[in-house]
Design a protein around this ligand. Structure first.
Ligand code: AMP
Length: 346
């Protein structure tokens, strides 16, 4: 069975879109695929960050993944920075990446030129993080990377780098293929249905965070922006607000949004139903999350890193050796080389 990987960037509190689009697919697939899931804390540092918040969010994301059903006995779950092999392979891969290649990445251009200073203050890691992503994938001999459309270019880069490295220096890496992630509806912000629901959106009013208490979830949904008219129909173009509520409800129940639409006579009823469904979905996840102590989460993540280390170190060892670095040459068991001392002064 093909090995898969997913990363979760701790740049904010996880929200319902993350659950539907990224967490649930891992939970569902982990029974059929050997799976690696990691908290991408190194990737959270490509933009200005606060160290204590990063530390807290990393633990929160880890706890929520566990509470949502990622099974650490099936999935290798760990925090990226606990495995130094990521940083090491990142550098080695930079040595087979051209500047032009990194510079062409659309995500880089978008984030870089959005900066007020025209990009001159962008962290260099914003340019190079797709190479770190390649390292994340190649470390684990991954066969398949489930991605949304926005990340396809980065997986293509990973394939290019793996093929180039293998051709130049010898067969070190498994070349992964992209699988388009099962399309979960893209959930929109409740206060602006034309924008994506995102964990770093400016206002929290339109975002359903996984750890929002039930009364907050309910309030946000009841205040959701709806559309003209009164009829409940699934029409993402013409009725984006109502359709988003239907997507949210469908995401909770597993039904089709267009079918669900026929059950409700007006927007108020739909909102009531969506609020009840989201609260029901999140209640057990929140309960399990609150039962976990930070120590439990920390312990589980470290145990996951220990599991991941053997394969990751072996990959880096092969890459080092192929590149002509010295670690490949170890003294045979039983023989110890003699350390060289300073030559006698003349
Ligand atoms: P982000 O939190 O933006 O880094 O997104 C991480 C992943 O979560 C994305 O690649 C999507 O798979 C998923 N995701 C985030 N926001 C949404 C959303 N509003 N609707 C559906 N999926 C989402």
């Amino acid at each position: 069975m093909s090995r898969r990987i997913s990363g979760f960037k701790p740049t904010g509190h996880l929200q319902l879109g993350n659950y539907a689009g990224a967490i649930r697919p891992v939970v569902d697939a982990q029974h059929d695929h050997p799976t690696v899931a990691f908290i991408a804390d190194l990737h959270a540092m490509t933009v200005p960050h606060d160290p204590s918040r990063l530390r807290e969010l990393s633990l929160e994301v880890g706890g929520l993944l566990l509470a949502a059903g990622v099974d650490p006995a099936r999935t290798v779950l760990y925090r990226q920075s606990d495995l130094t092999a990521h940083s090491e392979l990142h550098y080695l891969l930079e040595c087979v990446t051209s500047y032009g290649e990194a510079h062409r990445m659309i995500q880089f251009k978008e984030a870089h030129f959005k900066n007020k200073d025209g990009g001159s203050g962008s962290r260099l890691s914003l340019l190079t993080y797709p190479v770190l992503q390649a390292a994340d994938i190649l470390l684990h001999d991954i066969d398949e990377v489930p991605v949304g459309r926005d990340q396809r270019q980065h997986v293509e880069l990973t394939r290019d780098l793996a093929l180039r490295f293998n051709e130049r220096y010898g067969p070190v890496f498994t070349v992964p293929s992209t699988v388009l992630a099962p399309v979960a509806a893209r959930l929109a912000d409740l206060s602006d249905p034309t924008a994506k629901m995102g964990k770093t959106n400016a206002s929290a009013n339109g975002v359903l965070f996984l750890l929002d208490p039930p009364d907050v979830l309910r309030r946000k949904i009841m205040r959701a922006v709806t559309d003209g008219g009164t009829e409940v129909v699934y029409d993402p173009e013409g009725k984006p607000g109502v359709s988003n509520l239907l997507d949210i409800l469908a995401g909770c129940t597993g039904d089709q949004p267009a079918e669900i639409a026929t059950k409700y006579a007006n927007y108020g009823e739909l909102k009531e139903a969506a609020a009840a469904a989201v609260i029901d979905l999140l209640r057990p996840i929140q309960r399990r999350y609150h039962d976990l102590s930070p120590e439990d989460i920390e312990h589980t993540l470290r145990a996951g890193a220990d599991r991941a280390r053997e394969r990751a170190d072996a990959t880096v060892g092969r890459a080092r050796e192929a590149l002509g670095l010295t670690s490949g040459r170890r003294a045979p068991a039983g023989s110890r080389g003699t350390p060289v001392t300073a030559a006698p002064a003349r």
